[in-house]
Design a protein around this ligand. Structure first.
Ligand code: 7TS
Length: 416
């Protein structure tokens, strides 16, 4: 599909037909898939694009002169342009294709971080980061003598701008913040946070793993310096993702992995590096994954992302309202700006037991710490149960989920 295909209105029944996996039953029940923050399902167009690539075009890219290699290279670079257009990056060379959000953040921490952080410098994060936006910075801090500065969150699960501003100071060298929390659902005011960080001269990375698939994200409007996200959370394949970076910053950064394709010339005395974006793409990449990523971007761009965001917010609000009707449920986080993510705990029942029983009812959710242990510590809980919505979910599915929670309560003898 061309990226110029007109935007289609969100007709969820039709959308569901695009996803073969949703048509099945699990444990004899229709599948209700509410684990989309973990990974989303894949539409037929993405599955077909990957199959077509292997059946028709498979070859290595950027290397050979034969036709298949030309086609593979074209498909790979066309996907980069689709990603560029999705996030409104000024140039395609500012989009580095990586293994995913985690690798994108590690790239910045190891390349920018090791080159620029000095003893005593501070890297500012929030308390609601995913481990993949904590640990890479801890590693860079260990290597350079810099340290983390963590902005607290409120009971509602929000970052207050005053708290954020007061964490910024003369020692702030870098800011790395989550756009949408994968646990609390909070949409952070990142544009304002970026403005405040820039006033201090600190570049900002936005962890957009949970925002790019669910709301309009425009890197020029945000003025972020880096943006990291994964294809598999936006209807694309696993093991692929992107890092956007402003060209001037990327140009100044050293490569972080060496190997084929990232060089201009190599001798035992001296190696010179390739231009952007290839400087950061060492070795044969996941070409089929990138092709699938491009198809996923095409799929997403068929819709008005503001409408998608409203749909998923509606499902979250509906789930919150229905959960509030149940006694013994505590919802973790009540942010005013919320995406389609709701975490909760139930008195007397461990989240893992909730997950197991819901699975028997055909309802797939995630339970545990969601790779965000500091949030669990913040709320004094070991784990949560979490529902997270995507474009194909419905209010009827929320009803099935709530009904299944009644089964959990009955099995555990929790009084209604
Ligand atoms: N950042 C955020 C905000 C995330 O939610 C995740 C994954 C990542 C980074 C890492 O993405 P990856 O594709 O590189 O692994 N979040 C989740 C989740 O909520 N449940 O499972 C994975």
């Amino acid at each position: 599909m061309s990226v110029d295909t007109p935007v289609r209105t969100l007709d969820v029944t039709r959308v569901r037909d695009d996803f073969p996996i949703l048509q099945q039953r699990v444990h004899g029940r229709p599948l209700v898939y509410l684990d989309n923050a973990n990974t989303t399902q894949k539409p037929r167009s993405v599955i077909d694009a990957i199959e077509h690539y292997y059946a028709e075009d498979n070859a290595n890219i950027h290397r050979s002169t034969h036709l298949l290699s030309e086609r593979a290279t074209r498909a790979y670079e066309a996907a980069r342009v689709r990603v560029q257009q999705l996030i409104n990056a000024p140039e395609a060379r500012e989009v580095i294709l990586t293994r995913g959000c985690t690798e994108s953040i590690n790239l910045v921490a190891q390349s920018w971080g090791r080159a620029n952080l000095r003893p005593g410098d501070e890297v500012v994060l929030t308390w609601m980061e995913h481990h993949s936006n904590i640990v890479p910075w801890q590693m860079a801090c260990e290597q350079t003598g810099a340290r983390l500065r963590v902005v607290p969150i409120t009971d509602a699960g929000e970052v207050e701008l005053e708290a954020f501003a007061s964490a910024l100071g003369d020692r702030t060298r870098f800011v790395s913040i989550i756009h949408v929390s994968n646990v609390l659902g909070t949409i952070n005011p990142v544009a304002e946070m970026i403005r405040l960080a820039h006033e201090r001269g600190a570049p900002v990375l936005v962890d957009a793993a949970q925002s790019v698939p669910h709301l309009p994200v425009d890197v020029q409007a945000l003025d972020c310096d880096f943006l990291a996200f994964s294809a598999h959370k936006m209807y694309g394949p696993t093991g692929i993702g992107a890092l956007y970076g402003k060209a001037a910053l990327l140009e100044a950064m050293p490569p972080w992995q060496g190997g084929g394709d990232m060089i201009a010339s190599v001798s035992f005395e001296k190696t010179t590096y390739n231009t952007l974006p290839y400087k950061f793409e060492a070795g044969t990449p996941n070409i089929a994954g990138v092709v699938g990523f491009g198809a996923a971007v095409d799929y997403l761009r068929r819709f008005d992302l503001a409408e998608v965001a409203r749909h998923e917010r509606d499902l979250a609000d509906y789930a919150v309202a229905r959960l509030r009707d149940l006694r013994g449920i505590r919802i973790i986080g009540q942010p005013r700006e919320r995406a389609g993510v709701v975490s909760f705990v139930m008195d007397g029942v461990h989240p893992h037991d909730i997950g197991t029983i819901l699975d028997r009812e055909g309802v797939a959710i995630r339970t545990g710490q969601h790779c965000a242990q500091p949030i669990m510590d913040r709320y004094g809980i070991p784990a949560t149960a979490r529902v997270s919505f995507a474009i194909y979910n419905t209010r009827d599915e929320v009803d099935v989920f709530i009904h299944a929670l009644h089964t959990v309560r009955e099995l555990f003898g929790v009084r209604s």
